[in-house]
Design a protein around this ligand. Sequence first.
Ligand code: B4P
Length: 192
Amino acid sequence: MFNLILFGPPGSGKGTQSEKIVEKFGLIHLSTGNLLRQEIADKTPLGLEARNFMDKGQLVPDEVVIGMIDSSLEKHADARGFLFDGFPRTIAQAEALDKLLALKKTSICKVLALEVTEDELVKRLVKRGATSGRSDDTDEQIIRRRFSVYKQETEPVAAYYEKENKLVRIHGEGSVEDIFSKLSGCINTEME
Ligand code: B4P
């Protein structure tokens, strides 16, 4: 199995690039953001709980997100590999993912980290908020809150994978196609 993580702050292009990567490399896309938004759209109890956190720019509790990933991995037991997008976002999630993958006798191959300046991120998210209707993109204060949560809780996850020599940093500014070609280059090298 070939498992990748696409890592980066809110609005760094994880969702945008993930769609292109899974199409090209035949991986299963697991985006916790998309899974949570689907639960909200379906008005499930999990969705109702998650919404309270997402609307405020906070992370959804670890056990909720880890449970969701666990059932998604089960659903795709015969996949050739997974692309994790927006997960893990805390050290507890990273440790849980390692355990879940070990049970399947596999592990994370590489973590591709998109790096984008905060000013550019705010610009992108405010622009998306104008058309997407996403409650967490419409208010600049909530967007700033997501960055501070990212710095406190998610950035340490990069160090976790850096220690294992799995982290590759990629400049995430420029055209979508240019960034995709840098990501594809890294993935091709890794797959060889
Ligand atoms: P996510 O859905 O993961 O969303 P994101 O981090 O905001 O966006 P992403 O980086 O995917 O940006 P995109 O490509 O869309 O999370 C949303 C919320 O869900 C979190 O705040 C949290 O509450 C909750 N959540 C999710 N996972 C969780 C977890 N594991 N644990 C706890 N809580 C969790 O790009 C953004 C915009 O930029 C788009 O409009 C796009 O068109 C534009 N863009 C992309 N690339 C560009 C480029 N190269 N140039 C210009 N614009 C670009």
